[in-house]
Write a protein that binds this ligand. Structure first.
Ligand code: DAH
Length: 343
């Protein structure tokens, strides 16, 4: 029996030397240690037929033999694992001469998004809906429904981008068309704001852009007065600017309100002494507003004898400039990362 064990051991050790990978090792392990058909198991079968004394003696021997072979197997396993790790380190080594990857900084909101988010917060807290409208708008909604007929001189101040071969469609010059759309869709009473992009054929300068943002507002209810309008306008400015602002109200003409006003705010950039952002007047035209014209209420499908309202069209880019002290409107669309990083 001892001879047999010796033979198996030699066979095993010979096989072990030739092992190159874990697959071969597994095969060898199976060949010798398998419970069903392994060579060690075969030897153990002999034990069955031995006397009790002999069983004891050889049992110890076989166990030691098995332990010895198991240890050798474990050593080989560890050796292979180390080899694998070594290969991995070699193939995945770090190239210290490689240039450093640029640091990816977390993104942040554009100043205009910040301002619109704040405006929406102020208005939703007062029970307003936030609505959207099409940027490519029909001549009807952009002008006619707002009491600006085809012959109106008011159109001259709002020259815009017309769509070739589609004379009745324009890139909207204002967010006001959503006033009528909202009345038609939601009826009265109504409280809604409409932040959105507008377009005009403008020569650009420090305070004018051909593409700009407005926040339209409309309230329709019974017995709405100018006092209601002024109250909401004050809430709006304080909510976003978070400081005291000096305002003045001037009469203003807009075909879709009667009476109409221009609410100006003392320029926060120059403190009123005059700069590029306020066209060197010390005041910034911020909030044109007024009481909704009966013709517009009619276009919205409501009875102007029953319903009244106020509306305003905030130039939200100008408000953004005031809030953050931006002296030129063109910065807001320039996509200059050094500028945008400041917010
Ligand atoms: N839509 C006007 C413009 O872009 C601004 C405006 C004036 C809006 C008075 C209003 C308003 O709602 O009541 O020039």
């Amino acid at each position: 029996m001892q001879e047999q064990l010796q033979k198996i051991k030699q066979e095993f050790l010979k096989g072990l030397v030739e092992i190159k990978d874990t697959l071969q090792l597994e095969k060898l392990e199976n060949e010798f240690f398998s419970r069903k058909s392994g060579k060690i198991n075969d030897v153990m079968q002999i034990l069955k037929d031995l006397s009790v004394e002999a069983k004891k003696e050889f049992g110890v021997l076989v166990n030691e033999f098995k332990k010895d072979l198991e240890e050798k197997l474990a050593e080989k396993k560890a050796e292979l694992a180390n080899e694998k790790l070594g290969n991995l380190i070699e193939t995945e080594s770090i190239d210290v001469t490689q240039p450093k990857l640029p640091k990816v900084e977390p993104g942040h909101l554009h100043p205009m998004t910040i301002v619109h988010n704040e405006l929406e917060d102020v208005f939703t807290s007062m029970g307003f809906m936030v609505l959207d409208g099409p940027e490519l708008e029909s001549d009807y909604y952009n002008f006619q429904a707002l009491n600006i007929p085809v012959t109106s001189p008011a159109r001259d101040t709002q020259d815009t981008f017309f769509i070739k071969d589609h004379a009745n469609w324009v890139m909207r010059t204002q967010t006001s068309p959503v006033q009528v759309r909202a009345m038609q869709k939601y009826g009265a009473p109504l409280r809604a704001v409409v932040p959105g992009r507008c377009f005009r054929n403008e020569a650009t300068d420090g305070s004018h852009e051909h593409t700009f943002y407005q926040l339209e507002g409309i309230v329709i209810d019974k017995e709405i007065s100018i006092a209601n309008l002024i109250g909401v306008m004050k809430e709006l400015l304080q909510g976003v600017l978070k400081r005291e602002v000096e305002v003045r109200l001037r009469p203003g003409h807009f075909d879709f309100v009667e009476p109409g006003f221009e609410l100006d705010m003392k320029c926060l950039i120059c403190g009123g002494s005059g700069c590029g952002a306020c066209k060197h007047s010390g005041w910034v035209e911020t909030l044109p507003c007024g009481l909704v014209h009966p013709e517009v209420i009619k276009a919205g499908g409501l009875d102007p004898k029953e319903w009244t309202g106020f509306a305003f069209g905030l130039g939200s880019m100008r408000l953004c400039m005031q809030k953050f002290g931006i002296e030129d409107i063109r910065h807001l669309h320039a996509g200059n990362i050094n500028f945008l990083k400041q917010f």
